[in-house]
Design a protein around this ligand. Structure first.
Ligand code: AMP
Length: 630
């Protein structure tokens, strides 16, 4: 099928198109109901289908005689470890761990929080959960105890799976004190904590609650795959919204499997036996879709890397891994290439390695700036494809269909809509924008398989966040335009969500944390652009009347507070005390103007502004503090 034909067919007759795609995967019970519209505007895919995601990822390959193929390559420069698992070995490990979870009382529909670094055991845990129908929620290891606690309270896990430590470059981060503190802070108390003890650190265990990863596997019977309804939840993945409460994006089993199979083959052009490397972490959606489930369901070898693009040991790390395992395709956030470029601008380290196995480089997660694109393209001589998606969608919305022979790349664009996604741009009043006209990027309903149709325990928030802004459309929260050739240009978020090193964070959440400091009366957190990390948050602080505090000391305390409550990944490193903040007459802080002033961009003060004289004043404060870009 040609790419344009696929796009047209998926829009004209979604049921027919996605029934054909459903035929490409193995079902326990093939669906006869393909697409249903619900009264609230959401849709249900494959309502009467039954399958198991772990079966698709492991058992079916072993049953087909491919058990000796390498399923997972663990490469950990931070521990000097390399290990491979064949499909058969991975299946055995997963089935045994699933049996152990069952023996601990974990079953279908139970919640399991996984707070682990990039060790294969974390991937084994995810698959074991899906095998027995437990709903996993992986929390990125970089999140602090408070954030973990918030997610525990929301997902109410029966058990928590964790490891004794993570390793950041050479620094050992003990996880157990964080887990203990998170549980202490949370109202919901999980029954058990199952700890994977790494040789680097031995975690202190609490008798009666904490169990050892291997001890619980002694003598248990490996678990079989639980038949799951297509609509049963597979996992919850928390992502930042505009408030302090993260959104629990809920993924189903059936439509996700169909979407991942379609994406792996047609977007990334990965076939059985190919080596694929999703350069991310299992704590993010990429880790779910394109480190674990996607490549394994597709019979590929997936690279599981516990390291960084630089300093583990150097900026040649990515190229070394590609050469060593003959990697055929990669997915990475642009920030990684910016970091590599900073350290190896001339590509001296790049030239030490043979990357001829690589077909192409996919990037997503944040804007790909053109200097980074050109540097990467010229040095690697590989096609570099920008593509765009979100935690909620679970798989790419706009991308080239390289598996259908497409190789278009337009710098500054994230390519055209993928079959099944009807991407459009709307004006504020809901009317259709012209070609090249900026507006809100929306997806006309129905959404294709794989995209979340609800938030965990908060369907109302799903409806209000995504479906109610423009009736009949999913509101992505991104602004941009579509050019006359159908290429989508994403300009950034239209809400208070920012992107630091490809990590999605909420400025609203940071404001809530900063505001808890006793000296702070009010604050605004805005993002300013950064050469390596894409964006960086900056806090503008109004002190409470009468408070006397050294601004440098306050900044130090606020940095520590955000680090403690949200985590180092927020990169909150600047807090500036100001006299006043620009507001509308109704009291809303004008963050967009603050950001423009900080970026040195032109701005037109809105007519709703309360006091125009604040703008030059704040402009001067930002300039003196060295924040304003020149
Ligand atoms: P997340 O849910 O963490 O994957 O973040 C999704 C958000 O990241 C999107 O809404 C965009 O704002 C941004 N994003 C993802 N991919 C791209 C891209 N290729 N170009 C620009 N922004 C992107």
């Amino acid at each position: 099928m040609q790419a344009q034909e696929a796009r047209a067919r998926a829009l004209q007759n979604p049921s027919e198109f996605w029934a054909e795609q459903a035929d490409q995967i193995d079902w326990f019970k093939k669906p006869t109901q393909i697409l249903q519209e619900n009264t609230d505007g959401t849709h249900t895919w494959y309502a009467d289908g039954e399958l198991n995601s772990c079966f698709l990822a492991l058992d079916r390959h072993v049953a087909a005689g491919k058990g000796d193929r390498v399923a997972l390559i663990y490469d950990s420069p931070v521990t000097n470890t390399k290990k491979t698992y064949t499909y058969k070995e991975l299946l055995d490990a997963v089935a045994l761990f699933a049996g152990a979870l069952k023996a601990q009382g974990v079953g279908k529909g139970d919640g399991v929080v996984i707070y682990m670094p990039m060790v294969p055991e974390a991937g084994i845990a995810m698959l074991a959960c899906s095998r027995i129908g437990a709903v996993h929620s992986v929390v990125f290891g970089g999140f602090a105890a408070h954030e973990l606690g918030v997610r525990i309270d929301d997902s109410k896990p029966k058990v928590i799976l964790s490891a004794s430590c993570g390793i950041e470059f050479t620094k050992i981060i003990e996880y157990k004190p964080l887990v203990d503190s998170a549980i202490a802070q949370a109202k919901h108390k999980p029954e058990k904590v199952i700890m994977f003890q790494r040789p680097e650190v031995k975690a202190e265990m609490i008798a009666g609650r904490d169990l050892d990863w291997y001890e619980i596997q002694q003598g248990v019977t490996p678990a079989e795959c639980e038949p799951m309804k297509a609509t049963d939840p597979l996992y919850i993945m928390y992502t930042s919204g505009t408030t302090g409460k993260p959104k629990g994006v809920l993924r189903d089993n059936g439509s996700y499997a169909v979407a991942l199979n379609f994406a792996l083959r047609n977007i990334y052009n990965m076939q059985e036996g190919d080596v694929w490397w999703g350069i991310s972490d299992i704590g993010w959606v990429v880790g779910h879709s394109f480190i674990m489930y996607g490549p394994l369901m597709g019979g590929c070898t997936t690279v599981f890397y516990e390291g960084k693009p630089v300093r583990t040991p150097d900026a040649g790390a990515l190229w070394r891994v590609i050469e060593e395992y003959g990697v055929n395709g990669i997915f990475c956030a642009p920030t990684a290439f910016r970091a590599i470029r900073k350290e190896d601008p001339e590509g001296e380290l790049f030239r030490k390695y043979d990357v001829s196995s690589l077909k192409h480089i996919f990037v997503a997660g944040e804007k790909l700036d053109s200097p980074t694109y050109h540097w990467l393209r010229e040095m690697s001589q590989k096609p570099v494809f920008d593509h765009w998606w979100q935690t909620e969608t679970g798989w790419p919305v706009t991308a080239p269909l390289t598996g259908m022979g497409e190789s278009d790349m337009l710098i500054g664009s994230t390519n055209r809509g993928v079959p099944g996604y009807n991407v459009q741009v709307l004006r504020v009043d809901g009317s259709q924008a012209e070609a090249d006209e900026m507006g809100s990027i929306v997806l006309k309903l129905p959404l294709p398989p794989g995209v979340a149709q609800t938030l965990w325990n908060d369907h109302e928030r799903y409806l209000s966040s995504y479906l109610q802004t423009f009736k009949g459309y999913y509101h992505t929260g991104d602004g941009g335009y579509i050019d006359k050739n159908g290429f989508v240009h994403i300009m950034g978020r239209t809400d208070d969500v920012i992107n630091v090193s490809g990590h999605r964070l909420s400025t609203g959440e940071m404001e809530e944390v900063v505001a808890t400091h006793p000296a702070v009366a009010e604050c605004a957190v805005i993002a300013v652009s950064d050469e390596v990390k894409g964006q960086l948050p900056i806090g503008l602080i109004l002190l409470k009347d009468g408070v006397k505090i050294d601004p440098a000391q306050l900044e130090k305390e606020l940095i520590a507070l955000v680090r403690e409550k949200i985590g180092a990944l927020a990169c909150f490193q600047k807090a500036l005390v100001v006299e006043r903040l620009p507001k509308t007459r109704s009291g809303k802080i004008l963050r967009a103007i603050l950001r423009k002033i900080a970026e040195g961009e032109d701005y037109a003060p809105p007519s709703t502004i309360d006091d125009l004289s604040i703008l030059p004043e704040i402009s001067e404060s930002l300039r003196v503090a060295g924040i304003t870009k020149t």
